[in-house]
Design a protein around this ligand. Structure first.
Ligand code: F6P
Length: 539
């Protein structure tokens, strides 16, 4: 049962009073845009095109204060074991703590080992990039990162995002256990000049280990010692040794780095090889700068807190079940997928830390595609569909293609136009005039006007960054990480475990012998039995 008093009750009562008003009307207040936007350096977060007003923001800030966001934040940075269900600290921030101030877990400073691993990664990345580390056929031309979930999405997203900074070997990603994925990637490569990186925190994930075995067999056909062209990124050094990877090419990390928060450390090796250690450090510096902002800024000016509060307003207070993330930056095409794991694996929970059910909706469904492509696909529904879907736009003030600056201006104009159109819509009266101007009358004009009316009043936020550099990407990713954390604290859930992925994994193990036809035992339910039998018969 929802509380009717207290901070939740107050924000819900406020929402009930204001939910029907027009967002556009809020701009009658002078300085609305300036007052409902916040910046960190040249990063600007505009949330003025939402229905949050001064009182709403105050009540949302109260929610954050009362949930103990500051206390939990400090506990996280100090190395306390806030991931209680797994008995672990949460310290991905230590991976970007480049100044190396001490960070302690169980009384021991973890920074010497973090920095030592970073230097080892840099040494290896330089060797690969400079041709000091070679394959049997000469310098490495291609790197294949085999991993899944947090061991794939972060580096895959960032390698694509930072394409203008690539000056190393080509980097490819294999994640799906579908043999088509590994086949399509390896088919184009020369095994004698390829380095395979097996990225798996546990080194037991079935998809990754299956693809790693396939890649080793592929390499074994052309290379005398295939294991010598393998590296591993893992916390399970016994497993990497069993796989046959020399410890000099194994880069480990501690259990306090969660999978979906791991791209800042060894899991980022493929990115480091692509852009070089210097640019990778810039990426870390960006993340570290956002950490400092998150720790120091007052909540009313604190970007991660504000993003979280806007998220809470739309999902928990107004009840919008989904959130669209639309980067107007083609190179951020994988950002929505990355954020899906970050947000939905972190906050897609139904019980609180204390084991009791959460009494309101938790994480939203996160989805999206880059603009302008999305405009020609699903924006119809955003503008005129029956659901209100808050949209989070991201756009760079400039692109890397100076010779195509006119295209970038077109991109930016589209981004701004969409957020404006979502908010203002088009009235029936205006639509009627358009229809009449086209010569329509009577019934025909009325029908045309109805179809051309946009309800508007659909909220959006816009994050503007100057240029997508490694440092800026680091800031943006750390911003989203902390946003997810703040939302989790406000909901009272543990954002750092992921028990919800276990059941399907267990059942897949049981079903494999049945799908393979090795075992006659029937699946527990009739539908699964029918599907398995049909697949066996028609394949
Ligand atoms: O999907 C569950 C999960 O545990 C993710 O949290 C993680 O990122 C992914 O699997 C991969 O795990 P690993 O790095 O251990 O292979």
């Amino acid at each position: 049962m929802s509380e009717t008093s207290g901070p939740w009750g107050r924000i819900e009562a406020h929402a009930a009073q204001v939910r029907k008003r027009r967002i556009a009307g809020l701009f009658a207040t002078p300085n609305r845009a300036r007052e409902f936007s916040a910046s960190f350096g040249d990063l600007l977060f505009d949330y003025s095109k939402t229905n949050i007003d001064t009182e709403g923001r105050w009540l949302l800030l109260e929610l954050a204060e009362r949930a103990g966001v500051a206390k939990w934040r400090d506990a996280m940075f100090s190395g306390r074991k806030i991931n209680e269900s797994e008995g672990r600290a949460v310290l991905h921030t230590a991976l970007r703590n480049l100044d190396g101030g001490p960070v302690t877990v169980d009384g021991a400073d973890v920074m010497p080992e973090v920095l030592d691993t970073l230097r080892r990664m840099e040494g290896f990345a330089d060797d690969v990039r400079d041709g000091v580390f070679e394959g049997q056929g000469g310098p490495i031309t291609d790197v294949v990162n085999i991993g899944i979930g947090g061991s794939d999405l972060g580096p895959a997203m960032a390698v694509q995002a930072l394409a203008p900074y690539h000056d190393g070997p080509r980097v490819h990603f294999v994640s799906n256990v579908d043999g088509a994925h590994v086949t399509d990637v390896l088919r184009r490569l020369d095994p004698q000049t390829t380095l395979v990186i097996v990225a798996s925190k546990t080194f037991t994930t079935v998809e990754t280990m299956t693809n790693a075995a396939t890649a080793r067999a592929w390499m074994g056909e052309a290379v005398d010692e295939p294991g010598e062209q393998f590296a591993a990124l893992s916390s399970a050094q016994d497993e990497t040794a069993r796989f046959g990877i020399d410890p000099s090419r194994v880069f480990g990390f501690a259990d306090w780095v969660g999978g979906r928060y791991s791209m800042w450390g060894p899991i980022g090796l493929s990115l480091m090889i692509a852009i070089g250690p210097g640019a990778f450090r810039a990426f870390l510096r960006g993340g570290q700068a956002m950490d400092r902002h998150f720790r120091a800024a007052e909540f009313k000016d604190n970007l991660p807190v504000l993003l979280a509060l806007v998220g809470i307003w739309h999902r928990q207070v107004l009840g919008c079940p989904t959130r669209a993330v639309i980067p107007y930056e083609q190179r951020l095409a994988r950002l929505p997928a990355y954020l899906q794991q970050l947000e939905m694996e972190s906050n897609g929970k139904r019980v609180r830390r204390d084991g009791h059910p959460v009494d309101r909706p938790t994480g939203p469904i996160v989805w999206g595609e880059p603009g302008t492509n999305g405009q020609h696909a699903f924006f119809q529904l955003l503008h005129q569909g029956t659901d209100v879907i808050p949209v989070e736009f991201l756009v760079g003030a400039r692109g890397h293609e100076d010779d195509l600056a006119h295209q970038h201006r077109l991109l930016v104009a589209n981004c701004l136009a969409q957020s404006e159109a979502l908010m203002t819509g088009r009235s029936h009266k205006e639509a009627q005039s358009i229809a009449e101007a086209q010569g329509l009358t009577g019934e025909a004009a009325a029908r045309a006007a109805a179809a051309r009316t946009f309800p508007g009043n659909r909220p959006s936020t816009t994050l503007v960054y100057p240029l997508l550099t490694p440092e800026m990407l680091g800031q943006i990713i750390a911003l989203y990480e902390h946003r997810v954390f703040v939302e989790g604290v406000i909901l009272g859930i543990n954002s750092f475990d992921q028990w919800g992925v276990e059941l399907g994994k267990d059942l897949a193990k049981d079903l494999l012998p049945i799908v393979e036809g090795r075992q006659d035992a029937q699946p527990a339910d009739g539908s699964t039995a029918l599907l398995a039998a049909h697949i066996r018969r028609v394949r």
